[in-house]
Design a protein around this ligand. Structure first.
Ligand code: PRP
Length: 182
C-alpha cells in the first residue's frame, strides 16, 4: 500500500464548529416536542454524533449501529453490513440517522431499509459530508453539514486504513514516499 499524508485541509475545525451549531439549531427547531432518537453508524460517525448531540437543544436518546462497507482501501466494497449495538427500540419514535459521509449511497440506503423495518414514526438522514458524485443508491438527505467534491477525505471520524479519524478537520490525502502515517 502506498504511504499517505495529509495534502491539504478541506474544512477546518472552526468552520466545522460553526456549521454544526447552525445545523443543530435547525434540527432542534424541527424536532421540538418530539421523541427523538439519534442513530449513528460506527465507526465513522462517532465524532459528528458527539458534536451534534451536544449542540442540540431538544431531549434525545443516542444509539449506535455498525455499518461497514470499506475494508482498508479507498473504494466501497459494494456491500454493506448493518449490525445493531444492543437493543434498538425505535418503533413509533422519530429517528434521525447520523452519518459521516454520503458517498456511493449504499450505506445510508441500507441503514434506511434496516431501520424502517422497525416502523419508526419518522426517519430522516443527517450527514456530515455530502459528496458530489454519481451514486449507486440515491437517498433523500434531509440535513447535511457540508458538500465536498469527489475526492477521498479523512479526519473528523473518517479514516484511511483506520488512521486519521482523530483529525479535528477534514483533509485530502496524497501518496508519498514518506512514513505511512503522521
Ligand atoms: C464509510 C463511511 C460511511 C460509508 C459511506 O464507512 O464512514 O459510513 O463508508 O460510504 P457509501 O455512501 O459509499 O456507502 P466504512 O464502511 O469505511 O466504515 P467505518 O465507518 O467504520 O469507517
Amino acid at each position: 500500500m502506498a504511504a499517505m499524508q495529509v495534502e491539504r485541509v478541506l474544512i477546518d475545525a472552526a468552520a466545522i464548529g460553526e456549521r454544526i451549531g447552525a445545523l443543530a439549531g435547525e434540527i432542534s427547531r424541527d424536532y421540538a416536542g418530539k421523541d427523538l432518537v439519534l442513530i449513528a453508524a460506527l465507526k465513522g460517525a462517532y465524532v459528528f454524533m458527539a458534536d451534534l448531540s451536544r449542540c442540540l437543544d431538544v431531549p434525545h436518546h443516542i444509539e449506535f449501529v455498525r455499518a461497514a462497507s470499506y475494508h482498508g482501501g479507498t473504494e466501497s466494497s459494494g456491500s454493506v453490513e448493518v449490525q445493531t449495538v444492543g437493543n434498538l427500540d425505535i418503533a413509533g419514535r422519530h429517528v434521525l440517522v447520523v452519518e459521516d459521509i454520503y458517498d456511493t449511497g449504499l450505506t445510508v440506503y441500507q441503514l434506511r431499509e434496516a431501520l424502517l423495518e422497525q416502523e419508526p414514526a419518522s426517519l430522516e438522514m443527517c450527514v456530515f459530508l455530502h459528496k458530489e458524485r454519481a451514486r449507486l443508491r440515491e437517498v433523500d438527505i434531509r440535513y447535511r453539514a457540508f458538500h465536498v467534491p469527489d475526492v477521498f477525505v479523512v479526519g473528523y471520524g473518517l479514516d484511511f486504513d483506520q488512521y486519521y479519524r482523530n483529525l479535528p478537520y477534514v483533509a485530502v490525502l496524497s501518496s508519498t514516499d514518506g512514513p505511512p502515517y503522521p
